[in-house]
Design a protein around this ligand. Structure first.
Ligand code: MG
Length: 290
């Protein structure tokens, strides 16, 4: 997988690679940009693309949640998907030979609470780890407990530093940390990355320590295989979504949402643009596959 570098390296809260493997610091990897294509990609609102997706035999539409279905907000608890996107996904899911999945870094039970009519969709939580009922083993649970204690100590030190404990991971959120403290807080988390044998994934103002090795790419492979999909579409906005883009085949469609380098071939500007694309796709698929 071409984006595998992220899984060994550490990444700062703003998504820039800052180097350092969990087994030791590697100065050579400092400031390494995320591998990917030129950000000037064609927009996914393309008639020929929509037609191809609308008419393929079995379509899998898989999408990230935050920053794609739901606009990013300061408080992750208040994040909500755009109703137009949920409606379009439901219409797609009602078409024959069409599977719909939401693949998120959030826990699956959180997705169930946040997505209206969630039972209509396949929900995959914890960056792909919660594709089936997932329970950490004893060793992973102990590691999760120790990491959580370390991060909670940092939360006591930095105002606004928020620790989110999930089934298979623990995340440090920097979004509400005072500007003056932020780089110090990011550095402190960076030191933890050196010391603990957890997989580190990082996104917008968040660093997450995961005690399993599954990623969104594994999830997309599994979903695609289970559905017997002839074409898979994946939409994502963040670094962890690059794992999913990396496993897509030549007939599949990766759509990066928002700016930044990516391995995806298409781009949409915002969650609002995603809603437009999904509506367009649902219209086309309903017409061709009913
Ligand atoms: Mg996201």
């Amino acid at each position: 997988m071409s984006e595998a570098s992220r899984d060994d390296g550490s990444v700062s809260a703003d998504g820039q690679a800052v180097g350092g493997r969990r087994t030791g610091h590697d100065p050579a990897s400092e400031q390494t940009p995320i591998p990917g294509r030129d950000p000037s990609l064609p927009t996914a609102d393309d008639e020929a693309l929509i037609r191809r997706l609308a008419t393929c035999y079995h379509l899998l539409v898989a999408t990230d949640f935050d920053g794609v279905l739901a606009p990013i907000v300061d408080d992750p608890e208040r994040s909500r998907p755009l109703p137009a996107s949920v409606d379009a996904l439901a219409r797609l899911g009602a078409c024959p030979e069409t599977s719909v999945a939401i693949v998120s870094g959030r826990e699956r039970r959180q997705l169930q609470a946040m997505v209206p009519g969630a039972e209509r969709f396949v929900l995959v939580g914890s960056h792909g780890a919660e594709i089936d009922e997932a329970e950490p083993d004893g060793e992973s649970r102990a590691l999760l407990g120790r990491l959580t204690a370390e991060l909670e100590a940092l939360a006591d030190r930095y105002s606004g530093f928020f620790v989110e404990v999930k089934a298979l991971s623990v995340a440090a959120h920097f979004r509400r940390v005072e500007e003056v403290d932020r780089s110090e807080a990011v550095e402190a988390v960076g030191r933890l990355q050196q010391d603990w044998p957890a997989k580190v994934v990082s996104g917008k103002q968040v660093v997450e320590f995961t005690v399993t090795s599954a990623n969104k790419g594994d999830a997309i492979r599994a979903l695609s295989r289970r559905a017997g999909a002839s074409v898979a579409v994946y939409l994502g906005d963040d670094i962890t979504d690059e794992d999913a883009f990396a496993v897509l085949g030549p007939d599949d469609v990766g759509i990066k949402v928002g700016p930044g380098p990516t391995g995806a071939s298409w781009r949409l500007e915002s969650p609002e643009a995603v809603a437009g694309f999904l509506r367009h796709l649902a219209d086309g698929r309903s017409r061709h596959r009913t």
